[in-house]
Design a protein around this ligand. Structure first.
Ligand SMILES: [Zn+2]
Length: 196
């Protein structure tokens, strides 16, 4: 089973008329592999959070990107020893690319295609001892900091995403995740328990 830690809680806020946003960043350890999901855009915060875990950027084996928007993906290049995984491929810094089989190599951590917010969006399913099935959902679910995070089923399925690419697909992806998750980590906002 995997150990999971939220390194940075994703945020989206306005300060003095300027917009600031970075994704939830999650650290997973399974089979002695260090995995970072969505390193985000805030370099200082990311380095500080890794230091707290006694990790260097060179200790990370895999970086998983839920999608390629900068607020989730920008810092993936700083992990010099990592392979990068997106919804379909494993990418190395020697420019080699090949398809994955829906799992992070040598783990039971699943990469699920969840289009809607973005056509190539993926979510990550992690089995943990303390929280059960956790889905790192990227922007399938996300809130601005000043929005109330309503987690009843209706609100979750119908919550407006101002950047949605395909509403039907997004709703379908939301349904799928809600069925399999005990807990969901949204792209921006707090982790929440799925009410069954
Ligand atoms: Zn985002």
């Amino acid at each position: 089973m995997a150990k999971l830690k939220i390194l940075i809680q994703g945020y989206a806020k306005e300060i003095d008329g300027k917009e600031f946003a970075s994704s939830s960043t999650v650290l997973i350890n399974e089979n002695n592999l260090n995995i970072v999901v969505d390193p985000g855009i805030n370099r200082k915060e990311l380095l500080k959070s890794l230091e707290k875990e006694n990790l260097k950027v060179s200790d990370i084996n895999f970086v998983i990107l839920t999608h390629m928007h900068n607020d989730h993906s920008l810092l993936s290049g700083i992990f010099e020893n990592a392979k990068i995984l997106d919804n379909s491929d494993i990418i190395s810094f020697d420019s080699n690319m090949y398809s994955h089989n829906g799992f992070i190599p040598n783990t039971n951590i699943k990469i699920i295609k969840t289009p809607g917010h973005d056509q190539f969006h993926a979510s990550i399913l992690v089995e943990t001892e303390d929280l059960g099935s956790v889905v790192i959902a990227g922007d399938v679910f996300w809130w601005y900091d000043n929005e109330e995070q309503k987690i009843d089923l209706e609100s979750l399925l119908n919550h407006k995403d101002p950047y949605v690419k395909n509403e039907n697909q997004l709703k379908q992806s939301r349904k799928e995740i809600l069925q399999i998750a005990d807990y969901i980590i949204p792209g921006h906002g707090k982790i929440f328990k799925v009410i069954k």
